[in-house]
Design a protein around this ligand. Sequence first.
Ligand code: ATR
Length: 276
Amino acid sequence: MSDVKIPLAGVIGCPISHSRSPILHGYWLKKYGIAGHYVPMHVEAADFEVAVRNMHKLGFVGCNVTIPHKIRAIEIADVVTDRASMIGAANTLTFRDGKIYADNTDGYGFTASIWQGAPDWQPDAGPALVLGAGGAARAVITALLDSGVPEILLANRTRTNAEALKNDFGAKIKVIEWVQVAATLGSASTVVNTTSLGMTGGPEFKVNLDGLKPKTIVADIVYTPLRTTLLNEAEKAGCHTVDGLGMLLHQAVPGFERWFGHRPDVDDETRRVILA
Ligand code: ATR
């Protein structure tokens, strides 16, 4: 009996109920009339490997992975992209020919979001100031360096974490003290917050922003709220601002295209659907 295989994908995490990825992919599947499904999967760390290794048997063509599985995903994959290796974590897996392919699309999502939000961005115009040294910072730094940013001024609350990142990324990273951020703003052409500061319910973003130059590109990866203190202040200073929602939406594009065969648009309607 002939049977048409409907491609399945999803997101694996623990917890997973907060993830907006099922809404996003579900919206795109419907919009483009694609027969496929994208489901949230709550999988404990201890079960992750067995689950992922067997997903292709259930009809899954790939999946996103999120906390706490992003590092383990790299370890169990058969093929890992360079950018995922540099970041040390994967967010997008594809199952093909019995193999697990791991990629990290966060950096791509960041760059695509900047180009969409600030089409006049000149990556090589000067140094970028990056706040934070966690997983998101690794993705952002990879993307900035790939885009041609000549130098990254890196500030983190815990300096040793920034030093560790410099060890991995090399001479283009200059670690500065957290207390120097306010004084360094004026020398940056691009400023990116990769910390959770400013997120609803968390600690405030308290850096003095008086030193921001007009026309600086200022991006925040926080998207709740969409307009953070950093972005509001930057806008008042005449900067171009890019919110964190764009990165979230654009990072999903390569996975959707690989699994379902259609490159989805990130437009105003997509933003509205996810914010609703
Ligand atoms: P992610 O993978 O999302 O980047 P993470 O790896 O936990 O998450 O990193 C969080 C980042 O936010 C880190 O740079 C962290 O600084 P530390 O290395 O000092 O922990 C930063 N961060 C979190 N809370 C902060 C706070 N209250 N003040 C300053 N930085 C903070």
